[in-house]
Structures are given as structure tokens and as C-alpha cells.
Write a protein that binds this ligand. Structure first.
Ligand code: COA
Length: 259
């Protein structure tokens, strides 16, 4: 598929999705939201795609936030609708059955930090910067930032970032557990791809169930332990579980078919 605000490239089962508004530091406007939503659908509907990377175009920014020019003229009601739309799309990323990781190549501020946090995990280049600077604008995060930042780095650190609008560098993000790896900018995409190559070699239904049950930890309507029991049992109904266990016993590599 082609998108007006994204570049996409499919290689070895990995779709690299690059948000492509470098002159606006890849700020999230309505068109980018629609494209991201459609790209996540493409990831999940195209059997040739096993996983995806979200990154930003240019050397400076992953995403510098929601597009502030679109805030002009919003009312309480339309602002709530915007937040709901952003949350729904980021929820779709978080609940994607196929892994989607963020390769953070510069500023990840406001909605950019929220987008990165909706991904299954994050890798950063050493020039990356993270923050939720909305209080500078008389705002708070609206695309899940208060919730996911707290989930990922804990309440004290999250609140400090949220209420001071402090920006942290990649080393601090690594220390806080906001990102899993920090690498030089020129190695960022290769690192993301090599991690996904490993994941893509695993049983896809089992990978999807790991995502689903891990998300259940943060879903108050679900008992994560019960979800795990159910998902564990369902794995026994899959061709891939029979293949994986047989291959182990036969001392060979499994061939998974996502069934
Ligand atoms: N929304 C809309 N446009 C944005 C933007 C955003 N969130 N972030 C950057 N841009 C635009 C700038 O307006 C500028 O456009 P222009 O060249 O037409 O004037 C362009 O992107 C480059 O940004 P600029 O501010 O000139 O770059 P910088 O290197 O001086 O500063 C930042 C970089 C990230 C520190 C700064 O752009 C910034 O603070 N952005 C807003 C961050 C923010 O508050 N995000 C949360 C939004 S809720």
C-alpha cells in the first residue's frame, strides 16, 4: 500500500514504516493518524508481513508530538474526540497480533513519546530525546501518555517528567527502562531488524498470545493469570505447537506455519 505521509518498505517479512514529514519533525496530524491506522491494518492483514518497525524520517526527529497547528479552534468536545482517536490508534498498535517496535531516531516528544510507548518495545539512537512537554502548552498528554509512561517507568519518574516537562536523553531512557537498547544512529534500523529477525523465527501464534496476555496485565477487565491459562491451552490446538515440540525432540529446527 502507499500512504501520503508514510514511507513503507517490506524486506524479509519486516515492514519498515517511516513517518515522513521531516520539515515538521514528523508531527502527528490527522493524515498521519489515518495512515498509521491503515498501516497497522496492513501489518496484520498481509501474510507476507511478520512484524514492523515504526521510525521517523530525517536525522532529527522520530516524532516531535501532535501537530500543534491542529489544536487551534478545538473545543473541549472536539479535543476529547481527538484524544479518543489517538488513543484508539495507539491501542491498535499495542494490541497488534504481530510485533511492532519503535526505532526512535531523535526527538520523541508528546505524541511521539506516546507513539513509541504504544509499540511493543523501543530501541533508540544515542541522539534520541524523550519527554511529555505538554504542560508547557497548558495541556496534558492525550494519547495514553499518562498511563503508559507510568506503566513503563513507574509513578515517581513518570510524574516528574509529566509535571516538569523535562526532556531525557537516550542514556536516561535506557536507565529508566523506557528503551531496551541504545545504539549509534547509523546502526538503529539494523539493530531493530536483527531483533525482529529473531522474533520472526518463532511461532507466530505463540508470539501473538504473549502480546495479548502481557497486555492483559494492564487491563482491569481481565484477569491476566486466567488469560494466560486460556492462551496456554489454546497453543496446544495449534499445528505450530506440535511442530515446535516435535522439532525439539527430533533435534531439528522447527518450521512454523502460523496455524
Ligand atoms: N507540531 C507542529 N509543528 C511542529 C511541531 C509540532 N509538535 N514540532 C516541530 N514543529 C515544526 C516547527 O514549527 C518548525 O516548522 P517551521 O519550520 O514551519 O517553523 C519545524 O517543525 C522545525 O521545528 P523547530 O522548532 O524549528 O526545530 P528546533 O530544532 O528548533 O526544535 C523541538 C525542536 C522539538 C525542540 C521543537 O520543535 C519543539 O519544541 N516542538 C514541539 C514539541 C512539543 O511540545 N510536543 C508536544 C506537542 S503536544
Amino acid at each position: 500500500m502507499t500512504y501520503s505521509t508514510l514511507l513503507t518498505q517490506l524486506e524479509n517479512g519486516i515492514l519498515t514504516i517511516t513517518i515522513n514529514r521531516p520539515d515538521k519533525l514528523n508531527a502527528l496530524n490527522a493524515a498521519v493518524f489515518t495512515d498509521i491506522s491503515n498501516a497497522v491494518d496492513e501489518v496484520n492483514n498481509n501474510p507476507a508481513i511478520k512484524s514492523a518497525i515504526i521510525t521517523g524520517s530525517g536525522a532529527k526527529a522520530f516524532v516531535a508530538g501532535a501537530d500543534i497547528t491542529e489544536f487551534a479552534g478545538l473545543t473541549k468536545e472536539s479535543a476529547m474526540a481527538l484524544a479518543k482517536r489517538g488513543q484508539d490508534i495507539f491501542f491498535k498498535i499495542e494490541h497488534s497480533k504481530k510485533p511492532i517496535i519503535a526505532a526512535v531516531n531523535g526527538f520523541a516528544l508528546g505524541g511521539g513519546c506516546e507513539l513509541a510507548m504504544a509499540c511493543h518495545f523501543r530501541i533508540a539512537s544515542d541522539n534520541a530525546k524523550f519527554g511529555q512537554p505538554e504542560v508547557n502548552l497548558g495541556l496534558i498528554p492525550g494519547y495514553g501518555g499518562t498511563q503508559r509512561l507510568t506503566q513503563l517507568i513507574g509513578k515517581g519518574r513518570a510524574l516528574e517528567l509529566l509535571i516538569s516537562a523535562s526532556i531525557i536523553d537516550a542514556a536516561a531512557a535506557l536507565r529508566y527502562g523506557l528503551v531496551n537498547y541504545v545504539v549509534p544512529p547509523e546502526e538503529l534500523l539494523d539493530k531493530a531488524k536483527s531483533l525482529l529477525q529473531v522474533i520472526n523465527s518463532k511461532a507466530p501464534i505463540a508470539v501473538a498470545k504473549c502480546i495479548e496476555t502481557t497486555n492483559a496485565v494492564f487491563d482491569e477487565n481481565k484477569n491476566g493469570f486466567e488469560e494466560e491459562i486460556k492462551a496456554f491451552g489454546e497453543c496446544f490446538d495449534t499445528v505450530d505447537m506440535k511442530e515446535g515440540t516435535s522439532a525439539f525432540l527430533q533435534k531439528r529446527k522447527p518450521i512454523f506455519v502460523a496455524k
